[in-house]
Design a binder for this molecule. Sequence first.
Ligand SMILES: Nc1ncnc2c1ncn2[C@@H]1O[C@H](COP(=O)(O)OP(=O)(O)OP(=O)(O)O)[C@@H](O)[C@H]1O
Length: 129
Amino acid sequence: MALQDRNRKGFKRLLRSFGYASCGLRHVIRHEQNMQIHIGAALIILISAGLLQLPLVQWLILLLVIAGMFALEIMNTAIERTVDLVTEEFHPLAKRAKDIAAAAVFVYSFFAVIIGLILFVPPLLRLIL
Ligand SMILES: Nc1ncnc2c1ncn2[C@@H]1O[C@H](COP(=O)(O)OP(=O)(O)OP(=O)(O)O)[C@@H](O)[C@H]1O
């Protein structure tokens, strides 16, 4: 956002903010392999949920988990870019910051997989057995 826009209010500013956000989103989708993997996984999960006709509450849980995953990956990328802006030299604190941001994604992914198993294994077993 241009610096002089920061004090402006109103619909135009809101629209401009959406524009900047979609620019950031496009960047992450284009340049982050992990984000592409998350999108692929989310599509497979949503199609599977449709095929298994999961109940509404389980759909809502899935959507929340998927949205959280996307948002966390986007924040991780923002932290990576910020660290790169501060230094492109090797620095222990740069490593620490990036590793911790990656750990946040890892922890969330771990629990997302557990939630996925809890939601999908019972209907899959019912289908198979
Ligand atoms: N400036 C730096 N100083 C020290 N270590 C760094 C620095 N930049 C990156 N690293 C180390 O390299 C790892 C990978 O960093 P990089 O910026 O390539 O992210 P990445 O693993 O490609 O993440 P993603 O795949 O999500 O883009 C970091 O987690 C960190 O351990």
